[in-house]
Ligand binder design. Structure first.
Ligand code: 5GP
Length: 179
């Protein structure tokens, strides 16, 4: 599998270091708060597992599943919640954990949807951001890495549901991602 992608654009070591920093920052920012870490599946699963263990305060965990790309590399422009949270987030400090913010549609949809449930606060932590592709302005409070406009796979991110288990992040050259 590794041979297909050549050099990673974010290595396992870079990922480990950055997630440790994010964990420290979130630990400081959320000290004394009632944090619930909400993973946006499937893409965030690997990042979520590592980030959660880098946060050193008691917190709740929960997950939701969204579908926005339906197996295609480009955004279909529609976001749907396929599986909802199991916890009531009213009064809690919600931190959404995403794999990547691209157009911003998913992040905006989730903020709007979850806001209606009266959390005390709601913020976003995304492993990756592609600022060049942004259509919706959504503040991302914590970003792992800003990357260029390339289609990436690995570390949770897929191409047609595969390659999520690649332990680093690599560019998938065969995908035309010009919009
Ligand atoms: P947005 O709604 O911000 O346009 O897109 C968010 C979703 O698009 C991400 O959660 C991810 O599933 C998918 N996505 C965007 N860019 C990429 C990419 O480069 N690689 C992969 N695998 N998924 C991407």
């Amino acid at each position: 599998m590794d041979r297909m992608f050549g050099r990673p654009i974010v290595t396992q070591e870079q990922m480990r270091m950055r997630i440790r920093e994010l964990g420290r920052q979130i630990t400081m920012d959320y000290a004394g708060k009632d944090l619930i870490l909400v993973g946006v599946l499937k893409g965030a699963y690997a990042f979520y597992a590592d980030l959660a263990r880098a946060i050193r305060i008691p917190m709740r965990v929960d997950f939701l599943v969204v579908a926005s790309y339906a197996g295609k590399p480009k955004s279909s422009g529609k976001v749907k919640m396929v599986t909802d949270l199991t916890e009531d987030i009213a009064g809690l400090d919600v931190l959404l954990v995403e794999d990547i913010v691209d157009s911003g549609l998913t992040a905006q949809y989730l903020i709007n949807t979850l806001h209606k449930r009266n959390p005390k606060s709601i913020k976003i932590c995304s492993l990756l951001s592609k600022p060049e592709r942004r259509e919706k302005h959504v503040p991302i409070d914590y970003v792992g890495f800003e990357i260029p406009n390339k289609y990436v796979v690995g570390y949770g991110l897929d191409y047609q549901q595969k390659y999520r288990n690649l332990p680093y992040l690599a560019v998938l050259d065969t995908v035309d991602d010009d919009g």
